[in-house]
Design a protein around this ligand. Structure first.
Ligand code: AMP
Ligand code: MG
Length: 324
């Protein structure tokens, strides 16, 4: 049963215990999880029924807390002073010391961070005192919720609680600005107009129109789509046996015999655990494989239901042919 609660301390305690809690922000209601807890983060994708692991925004009580997880340059600090708390998300290089689970960032070397403007959300972040990963609190494919009632309509029975609050005032998601690649690029228009950002820090690159983007090389290479982390070693899907030169990405109680280097996503065959261990596993196999001079990664089949669909999607991207 999903409970509608009004006590922000209770919401914080649930989040710290690894539960999923929806909470009001000024943009839309967010579906929060402890970003350091891979199982809880995997729960977000399961509850939303998301068929893909896209990177989630991490929420903080202050710029100082956010910049403990990412490397902020002068522009980032300036934008934080000008627009936080508020509907602006900054994508910045992740610190090597960051404890944010890899699944929350979809395995990328960057993290999206934000300090929400809503007083209840801020109080919640302060009490949780850890990064909180939160996409919009709706089922995948449905519109973003701006009231607690909307959240319950979509997610009742799938999450622990909804922290009740007033309707979201902004009603659209945060503006997402990528500062990690040198320049400043708008990844998603949102609550802070791009003109206001440009007034603060100068020109911002706009996203390519879809047709132009489709013609670029990056989109023709599905392995790099959305510039997701892709292992350097080739990935072979649906493996029924493993070669001596291959590392094994296993799933379930019966890993293929003969693998010298193996990462089991979930010995118990649990898809939520597998999701939580996927990006860490790919990185580890990639590094171990390179160290040992292996030729590739053999991935055992993973069932396609529930989170399995997102795991398969990610593995298919990792296995897609690449130019280099
Ligand atoms: P939502 O799931 O509605 O919170 O949306 C999150 C948005 O932030 C999506 O458009 C993501 O693609 C984007 N995003 C989050 N993290 C990153 C990242 N590390 N790099 C690029 N985009 C990101
Ligand atoms: Mg959404």
């Amino acid at each position: 049963m999903t409970r509608l609660i009004t006590d922000v301390a209770e919401a914080a305690a649930l989040l710290r215990a690894g539960e999923l809690v929806a909470f009001p922000t000024e943009t839309v209601y967010g579906l929060g999880a402890d970003a350091q807890n891979g199982r809880a983060v995997a729960g977000i994708f399961a509850a939303k029924g998301r068929p893909q692991f896209n990177p989630l925004i991490c929420h903080f009580a202050s710029a100082e807390a956010a910049f403990a997880e990412v490397v902020a340059d002068d522009r980032a600090r300036q934008l934080a002073r000008r627009f936080w708390p508020g509907p602006l998300t900054l994508v910045l290089p992740r610190r090597p010391t960051s404890q944010v689970d890899l699944l929350a960032g979809a395995g990328l070397d960057t993290l999206a961070v934000r300090v929400p403007g809503h007083p209840l959300a801020l109080e919640l972040m302060r009490l949780v005192d850890r990064p909180v990963a939160a996409p919009s609190a709706n089922r995948s494919g449905q519109v973003s919720p701006t009231t607690a009632q909307h959240v319950l309509e979509g997610l009742s029975g799938r999450i622990a609680a909804v922290l009740d609050g007033p309707p979201s005032e902004v009603g659209v998601e945060s503006t997402v600005l990528d500062l990690a690649a040198g320049g400043a690029a708008l990844l998603r228009p949102g609550g802070v107009p791009v003109e206001a950002i440009e007034a603060a820090v100068g020109p911002v690159g706009r996203p390519l129109p879809l047709a132009a983007a489709a013609a670029t090389r990056s989109l023709r290479s599905p392995g790099m789509l959305l510039s997701h982390y892709a292992p350097r070693l080739p990935v072979r899907l649906e493996a029924q046996e493993v070669a001596p030169e291959e590392a094994l990405l296993a799933f379930g109680p019966h890993p293929l015999p003969g693998a010298g280097t193996m990462w089991n996503l979930s010995p118990a065959g649990d898809l939520q655990q597998a999701a939580a261990r996927l990006f860490a596993g790919l990185r580890w196999l990639d590094a171990e494989g390179a160290r040992l001079g292996l030729w590739g990664i053999a991935a055992m089949p993973v069932p396609g239901h529930g989170l399995g669909a997102a795991i398969q999607d990610r593995l298919t991207r990792a296995a897609a042919p690449r130019d280099s």
